[in-house]
Design a protein. Sequence first.
Lengths: 182, 107
Amino acid sequence: MFELSTAVELEGNGAVLVARHAPVGMVTLKAGLNRAISAALKQSTGAGVPPKRKIRKGIAWMAPDELLIFTESDPDALIRELDSRITAPALLADVSDARAVFTLKGRGVRDVLAKGAPIDLSPEAFGTDDFRRTRLGQVAVALWIPAPDEARLICLASVGQFVFDWLVNASQKDSLPDYFST
Amino acid sequence: MLLLKCPYCGAKAEETEFSGGGEAHLSRQKSGSTDAGFAAYMFERRNPKGVILERWHHAYGCGKWFHAARSAVTLEVFGTYSVQALAPPKDIIAKIRARLPEWEEKK
């Protein structure tokens, strides 16, 4: 899903590699996140509702009543399937084209993100299954760090170019404080 | 810098991830109220030097509104609580009293 070979924009000359992915399948689920919803999700995707501010098996916790489901198959098919299984009031929407998805790769990914996000990005406070909605510069983003030298970030597609340029600028060579990567 | 904890998503964050919503626990003037009463509801806000109760919006995070009790002087945050609350919960009042024993919530 996040292969760099299919990236639509890539900058590899900086301290870390910055890539913008081709649209990734994403479905927003807005509902009271109860056991019934978790069971329906498990049947359709193999994973239930993740704990607060976590991402587990491609399902991210966005808010107390909102999840973001990443999917490699057709989002519309997933929506139809979930819709038939969920009986409580719920909203399902295909947001694949509404979001921009980025991968950062390299030793200094935490340092790059820490330049613009007002959160504790130390490995102790922000682990590999943590998912955080915050801001980067002045735009809203959500980010997670699935592997030690790899970060992923999503934002609204309308600010995608801004975020790409921001990340490339923030990851210029010799510009990192090496606070987290030493 | 003001450090708040969103009671809904549990995230600890600093002030720039939130947006302020002004004084909390105002009661809306109902129909039949006087012009002076409505003007007071619309425009008159307390600005105490000390404990303030405010509404905050986790704008860059989970998008929920909540209440916060903090000191306007030291920026100490006594706690955050549910947006549905009509008054600060007992545990937050106790925390405020522990620091400022003479504090009274003004109605």
